[in-house]
Design a protein around this ligand. Structure first.
Ligand code: C2E
Ligand code: MG
Ligand code: MG
Ligand code: MG
Length: 285
């Protein structure tokens, strides 16, 4: 009877499991190929001051277009890269691509005001040589031009270790944001000890902020915490003028979302935001 039951369980669940594993395996192979061939892309999403709308930076977001599958969401391929041991390679590519792009912009007379933010995954964060690795990859870029984003849950995985690493990164001149803030479980005492300067309010609290009293209270609390700790806040996923106005009135003066601009390839980004970037005389002429 038990054997029979087991057999049924296998025949019921195995095909789905096998399919998921096969997709995982296939995707890892295709992502490896895309990395080999240099087919990944970075898009850039503006970050603005509220209420002026002035450009204060951008976030680099990884994009992958597969010949057969079309666009694959980073929400799928980033966790896969983490599971399959590809994230360091991907992260290294992101850093060198960012350095290349900033230099390319400079050569045509564009300087991004503020900081260009890069997402760092937990596995990169755990690397004790992260700071020197980033510094050498960025070579020509001053650390003050770079922001590193780590999710709240990555910070909290090993908070004591995170305190040390953030201190090193901070001492190297990078600024740090705590991404998706409000979804993890950090305590005030840890927040105070992380050398991070910005809390990035998670999109899930911004989405319904106009109608949800609950979300308003959470956002107000996050902003109060940031003020108490001497940190800044930026809201992600701002899509409407109403959201932007409410956030600004609550004391959050930075936003990133479709209202101000979608993530764009570098050339489209400079077309849309070039007026905010046209500063440096350019080094290539
Ligand atoms: P994230 O770092 O929290 O990035 C913000 C996400 O919100 C992006 O999704 C962005 O496209 C999206 N977003 C921005 N404004 C709006 C809006 O107004 N409405 C809505 N609905 N969404 C908005 P994306 O590009 O799909 O990236 C998803 C996640 O994948 C990122 O979340 C980040 O955790 C990860 N990721 C992306 N690129 C990289 C990378 O180069 N390295 C690493 N380690 N992770 C990355
Ligand atoms: Mg981010
Ligand atoms: Mg985020
Ligand atoms: Mg998010």
């Amino acid at each position: 009877y038990h054997a029979k039951q087991k057999e049924e369980a296998i025949s019921l669940y195995d095909p789905a499991m096998t399919q998921a594993l096969m997709r995982d395996q296939q995707m890892a192979e295709r992502l490896t190929k895309a990395l080999d061939r240099g087919e990944l892309l970075l898009y850039y999403q503006p970050q603005v001051d509220l209420p002026s709308g002035r450009l204060i930076g951008a976030e680099a977001l990884c994009r992958w277009h597969d010949d057969e599958w079309g666009w694959v969401s980073p929400a799928e391929f980033i966790p896969l890269a983490e599971r399959r041991g590809l994230i360091r390679r991907l992260g290294t590519w992101v850093l060198s691509e960012v350095a290349r792009q900033l230099l390319a912009w400079r050569q045509i007379g564009f300087t991004l005001p503020g900081r260009l933010s890069i997402n760092i995954s937990a596995q990169q964060f755990a690397d004790p040589d992260l700071a020197s690795h980033i510094t050498s990859l960025l070579a020509t870029v001053p650390p003050s031009a770079i922001g590193l984003e780590l999710t709240e849950s990555d910070f909290m995985r090993d908070p004591e270790q995170a305190i040390g690493i953030t201190q090193t990164l901070h001492n190297s001149g990078f600024s740090l944001s705590i991404d998706d803030f409000g979804t993890g479980y950090s305590s005030l005492s840890y927040l105070r000890r992380f050398s991070a300067d910005t809390l990035k309010i998670d999109i899930s609290f911004v989405r319904d902020i106009l109608t949800s009293h609950h979300d308003q209270v959470i956002v107000q609390t996050i902003i109060a915490m940031a003020v108490a700790l001497g940190m800044g806040t930026i809201a992600e996923g701002v899509e409407t003028q109403g959201q932007a106005e409410l956030l600004a009135s609550m004391g959050c003066h930075q936003a990133q979302g479709y209202l101000h601009g979608r993530p764009l390839p570098a050339s489209a980004f400079t077309e849309a935001w070039g007026e905010h970037m046209r500063k440096s005389p350019g080094i290539g002429h």
